[in-house]
Design a protein. Structure first.
Length: 189
């Protein structure tokens, strides 16, 4: 008994091709996971090429500003703990009702490792993808909106200072450090 083959439509062919490309893309992402320094070096080089493009073309300042805001947002998510202690205190969940782990607040509290709201790999992937999209947008005239760029630079600097000050105050208030350098490491020879 012959099993009839499913009907080949253009939609199924496109779906098969896109899923094949998605699997290949995911394979490359998985292979790049352990090479943190190389990934970030490539991203920084890509960002420098983007800024060079903006400076030499003398345009697309809105694209650069938007990219800067997005990268700042990603960085803030990278610095924040997954389970924000200020939210659990605001909701009255510090009595042990919370299913989410909290950061230790006293010397004798149980140690819980810092879990980021945005993991490093997702941060890198989102930042690299955003820089690539911004670079592609910088080649289309429709995105070159005339604007007085020094205002954007000053506004971005003010926004960066205010948000980082608030984040640092939050880190001091709830006693967490989102970076591992300078911390004691055990089990290394």
């Amino acid at each position: 008994m012959d099993v009839p083959e499913p009907e080949q439509t253009p939609f199924t062919a496109v779906t098969a091709q896109t899923s094949k490309l998605a699997r290949q893309y995911q394979t490359y992402l998985d292979a790049s996971t352990p090479f943190t320094a190389y990934r970030w070096t490539g991203t920084v080089v890509l960002l420098l090429v983007f800024f060079l493009r903006i400076v030499l073309a003398q345009g697309w300042y809105i694209v650069a500003y938007t990219l800067g805001i997005y990268l700042l947002n990603l960085f803030l998510l990278f610095l924040q703990p997954k389970f924000d202690p200020s939210l659990t205190q605001d909701e009255g969940l510090e009595d042990g009702d919370a299913a989410a782990p909290s950061l230790p607040m006293k010397q004798d509290d149980e140690f819980r490792p810092f879990i980021r709201r945005l993991p490093e790999f997702k941060f890198w992937h989102s930042a690299t993808r955003a820089i690539l999209i911004g670079f592609v947008c910088s080649w289309f005239a429709v995105f070159d909106i005339p604007v007085f760029w020094p205002v954007l630079v000053v506004y971005w600097i003010i926004l960066f200072v205010l948000t980082m000050r608030r984040q640092i105050q939050h880190m001091i208030k709830y006693r967490y450090v989102p970076f591992s350098f300078g911390k004691t490491r055990y089990g290394r020879s």
